[in-house]
Every structure is written in structure tokens, then in C-alpha cells.
Design a protein around this ligand. Sequence first.
Ligand code: CTP
Length: 409
Amino acid sequence: MQIFKVGGAVRDRLLGLPVTDIDWVVVGATADEMLAKGYRPVGADFPVFLHPKTGEEYALARTERKSGRGYGGFTFHASPEVTLEEDLIRRDLTINAIAEDDLQNLTDPYHGQRDLEARILRHVSPAFAEDPLRVLRVARFAARYASLGFTVAPETLELMRQLSESGELQALTAERSWKEISRALMEDQPQVFIQVLRDCGALKVLMPEVDALFGVPQPEAHHPEIDTGLHTLSVLEQSALHEQPLTVRWACLLHDLGKGLTPEEEWPRHIAHEHTGLKLIKAVNERFKAPKDCQELALLVGKYHTHCHRALELKASTLLELLQNFDVYRRPQRFEEFIGACEMDARGRKGLEQRSYPQADYLRGAARAAREVAVQPLLEKGFKGPELGEALKRERLKALKAYKDEASA
Ligand code: CTP
């Protein structure tokens, strides 16, 4: 048997990037031989094994034949006769289809090195279409390598368009899609992920609510970029520049969905978009089974981002309501993430990226003032149960009024 390093490990070494995961392909072996050498099988009918010591993945060289719709619709053909070239041709991109032996000799039948140099994401063969998840993968790689100058080959984008139009994307499970989406959002340029999905028509299928924002105008005075879709991309871009966590990036992507529902005759104003957007945010959250913290933050940011922008004008009672709704006493981190997302929203506007956002510190100060109200003196006064809650609220309101007065003095 012969063993080669393949996929991301070879690609990233050639790009001079750090390599974390190593995948291996084994040519000329049977499953029984692998088992005899102590490799552990990953699944019952999947020709992939884990190395007994390193835990790295070793896959038998295989060809894939599509036998139906979706990821379940695969039959694998792995046998000792499958050649390295046959295994590489069923892979997604040429830059992922380079094999390397233990002397660092490369086998590169589909010119992955040439595409690495030319900074092109190009599919290897029509077999690309066998796994629709690859549409998301290519968009993710585009986001990851955008800063190196990579773009998607026109013929690959065309194939991605055909796949998007074929209905195949709907067959993807929420789990597989979310894995790609969440990884893509954590890349340096997550806005490129959304842009590429849009360019190939996949965004319309996966997140029509986000796609609908393109072409929707906003008032130029607040939004010099005008287009809501472009604004959303900028907000995402800012979220990565400011190294925000996944929760914040997800909330950034979805914060303005309500603007896609505004009747054209109301453009460029979007009255109550915070409210109308909530059902759309919920739908996208559920479609991809986003983790609970992502779902929650997206809904809160959708509902309250305008409150944050207007923080300095809010009455003490409205401030208190906001803090209570966020349960800021028990969930300070979530409130911090909310502020982060709103700041990205403010910065994601053309020409206003560097403008200061005093609302952030103002709200942090308000949260601190409310949190510092001590319970002990109220307990000592004999307050209990609901009365204690009310008394606490009154004291917090007092503290917020004092905070407001001090801030405006
Ligand atoms: N692969 C593929 N199609 C997929 C998934 C994987 O062709 N849907 C192939 C590619 O050759 C890929 C390799 O399997 O390079 C390993 O896949 P994976 O570990 O998912 O990705 P990497 O390319 O290693 O990239 P990453 O750095 O994102 O992990």
C-alpha cells in the first residue's frame, strides 16, 4: 500500500500557512488490511479509518457515484485498484487535489499548483456536482483566501449556479450547512462568503431573507452606502476586523432582515423593521439549527439595535427596560455581545467606519450603574418576593437617572 498526504494539509503547506489537520489517502489497500494494522474504522460502510496513535484520518482511495439526491445519495467504490488519480479527480477543487508522499514529492494531475499560484479556486471535474455542500465550501475558501487574492474561476461559479438552481442545495442537512456557515463567518473576510453565495444564486436558495436586502435602499443621510445588502456585507466585514465572536457575526448578518419586507412605497424609510424582521430571523435561525446563543443574540440584536444607536437619548425607564430584557444582571456577556454587534452595525456604513461610537461605553456604564444597586439594604428593610423585585427596580431606575444626569452634565 502507498500512503499520501492530501487536501488542506498539502494546500496550506504550499501556501506557507500553518497546517492543523492532516488527511491521508491510502492506495492499494483493503479495509481488512487497514484493520489488521490497527486502524480504527470511522463508520460501518465508509472507507475511512483513524490512525491508532495519531488519530488522523486515513481514507482508502475511492471513487464516488451519486445515486440520489442529497448527501445520503452516495455509493462509494473503494478498492485496491482505485488509483491515486481516480481518487483525486472526485475531489472539489484543484488546490485540494494535490497528493504528497513522505519525501514531499507531489502528484498533481489536475494542476492544483498552477491554480495556487494563479490564486484560483477551480473545480477538478464535473464530479464536483456530486456534493452540493461544495457550493458552500468554495464560498468559504473564497472568504478564507480572499486576502491572498483568490477568486472563484468563472466556470466553477457557473457550475455552482447550476447546482443552486437544480434544487440540490435544499437537500443539504441543517447540520452540514451550519458547519460551513459558522466556519465561513469566522474567516477573515466573511462578507466574501455571502457575496460568492449571492454571485452564484445560492444565497437566494439558502437565505432568501438576506438575498432580498440587495437593491433595498436606506436613507442616504444615515447610510451613505444606501443599499441594505451592501450595508450588511460591510457590517460583517467590520465584525471580522474587530474579531467578534460567532454569535456577534451571526447577529450582524441577520440584524436588518426586516428591511427586506418594507413596501417599496415606504422606501428608503423602514419603519418598525426591527419588529417585522423578527419572524425572518427566527426562520433563518431554525433553518440552520443555529446554536442557542447565536439564535438568541440574533433575535435580540434584531429587536433592539435601534435602541442601542439611540442609547444617549433613551429615558432612564427605557434604559432600565432594555437592561431587564437582556437580563443584564445574570447575562453580562450577552449584553456585551449585543453592544458589539450594534457597534459593527454603526461602523458598517460607507465612510463612517472610523467614527466613534460613544453609545457602547454609555450602555456599559448604564449596565454597571444598574448592576451596582445592592440588594442587601432592601432585604434589611424587610422587602421580600415580588415587593423586593419592585423595590430593586425602583432603586435601579434611580441609579439610571443619576447616571444619565451625570453623563449629560
Ligand atoms: N473534500 C471534497 N469534497 C468535500 C469535502 C472534502 O472533495 N465535500 C476533499 C478535498 O480534497 C479536501 C479534503 O477532502 O481538501 C479534506 O476535506 P476537509 O478536511 O473537509 O477540508 P480541507 O480541504 O482539509 O480544508 P479545511 O482547511 O477547511 O479543513
